[in-house]
Design a protein around this ligand. Sequence first.
Ligand code: SF4
Ligand code: FES
Length: 336
Amino acid sequence: MAKVTIDGHMIEVPDGTTILQAARMIGGDVVPPAMCYYSKLKTSGGYCRTCLVKVTKGSEKDPRPMPKPVASCRTPVMDGMEVQNKTAPDLLEARAGVVEFLLINHPLDCPICDQAGECSLQDLAYEHGLSRTRYEFSRRTFQKIDIGEKIKLHMTRCILCYRCVKVAEQITDGRVHGVLNRGDVSEISTYISQAVDNDFSGNMIDVCPVGALTDRTFRFKSRVWNVNPVDAHRDCPTCSGRVMLWMKGAEVFRVTARKDEYAEVLDTPDGKPGWICNTCRFDKKETKDWIVDGPSKIDRHSVISQNHYVLQEPAHKPLLNAVQAVPTSWQLENKK
Ligand code: SF4
Ligand code: FES
């Protein structure tokens, strides 16, 4: 076990735990943002540098500070380590620089982007970015590509986090896409189109932290804050069947995996990541396909958690009754 202190909060964690994982165990403001790390995907992290922290004391044995900020998702804790995240102004300045680089080629099209409201980059830019760009050159642009019937790739928005590559590698039959080229000409290969036949390829949409991979069955149907997320399940032979239905009245607008406060898929009760199959995601868009568990709990600090759980139209009453009939952990917690 190793004791680590992050922004003044001390915690004891198993050896091998990274600084980011230790920070998530503490929770709250102590947790650095993470755009490429995804706890359910092996070898993720180490690409975006948004999770930089300042190590002011290396360990009890060697108390020297680390000379530069380190990527917390890839740096294991040492016993006695002391770390600063939000309490170091120079670190926050470095992170603002990282955000500025991430935004250099990213279009500022939040008003028309389907990911707006649930975009990790949007949240990151609000919390750590500058209010204006200093970039004076042309941004790189790409044509939008339909990768199969259900997924749209908008490469212009991609921040090359590699999460979709890891999904293809680790939870579909075989990876047939990746990042081509180097530096500012890097791009997700169009061979991604060959990966979408797999039952689990829709999970690429859920892991994409920006609006580069979007659900073609939901695009431009509604802003995400105008639909209500509801936990539901079905007896699915392929996946856990535990999902969030995004509803307006009794109409299911889209189906996604359930997510935690870091926008990662929630584990199922048996401790496995709750990836969902394409049948549940794309083909089950009727309320009769699902057993409703109750309103989803949105932990995430984002506009996505606004305006939910108000079902007012008389036509929606059967669903409202169904939701209210089942006391969920969300309802029980909020009664306390
Ligand atoms: S398409 Fe999305 S998930 Fe894939 S590398 Fe780009 S930003 Fe990451
Ligand atoms: S989250 Fe650590 S480098 Fe991206």
